[in-house]
Design a protein around this ligand. Sequence first.
Ligand code: CA
Length: 347
Amino acid sequence: MLVPFGMALFAAGPAWEENVSEPGSGVERKGGPRLVIIDDDVGMLWKGVLKDGVYQVPWFKVTDPDGGIQLIYALREPKIKVLGITCAMGCSSTDVCMKSARKILELTGRTDVPLLKGADNPDQLGRPTEASDFIIKTVMGNPGKVEIIATAPLTNIASAMMLEPRLARNWKRLHLFTGDFIGALGEPSDGAKGASFGYKDMNINVDPEACRYVLEHGGVFPVYPNEIMDDLVITRLDRMLLKKADTPLSRWVADELRIMTFFYDSSAGEKLAEDRGWPPHGAIGQAVAIDPQLAEPPLEVRIEMAYRDSGGWYFMASDDPSIPPRPVFLKVKDPGTIKQGIMERCK
Ligand SMILES: [Ca+2]
């Protein structure tokens, strides 16, 4: 059932926020950096994606490099320690996502970070993989300490939860990056306004069963829907600045982003190129997960997967009291700081 704007929404309380770092805190904070696992579908490597395409739409040979920018940001962020990267299919096949992630670990000099292969397809939901084993071992070995940044279709996370039912009680926090809301937040999100190449939000719709499982069994965790992940763009000018910085990483990133800045430039009407570009979705949400003060305070929403059309599922707000209210971040307060952080880390 649709809940009118405002009814299911109220400012988030402090409970979930405890231990979230303050601005200016970081490695010097008591207890050191936050411990993080990143589960992502890193479709950044153009040469690899050319082979396999987007997982749901194999003929669509376009990279979705936001996961790559997100990884670079995380690997160079002193407030967090990346314990491992687990890969799933989504922006491309799992193998291509592994190759993209490996390339990024090499270029950032971080081949010390474990990289684990997860599910190849949603049929593997509930079955062990290197990724689900790593998630279980790392979380259960450090109870109450590990955060999971879930920016891919949720097969790996849901499988780990099914194989170890105590997992959600032992992670410190899950950060869920997915969803287009419809009818709950005043207006439909961009993704809800039209199908894009035959698929909607990948992180729900590649494996809806996994997403539903995480919502039903994951407890209270913050959610970063597509609403917040479009709040700043990388432009053609930014890409030129990266090229000019002339490091092996910045040259590679500039090269990999060419297709996205071109694509968005060409599809955005007659505005100047400097004003438009490509939103690095996962990197935006992740910056907020690391530092929530970069966003407007979250609203609390009881999230339900209760509506779908031909393109896929949407999130809706529910008034069902059995669903826990979760903080949902909807708007970036400080896009300039996030963009500066992205640009600095890509050099
Ligand atoms: Ca992703």
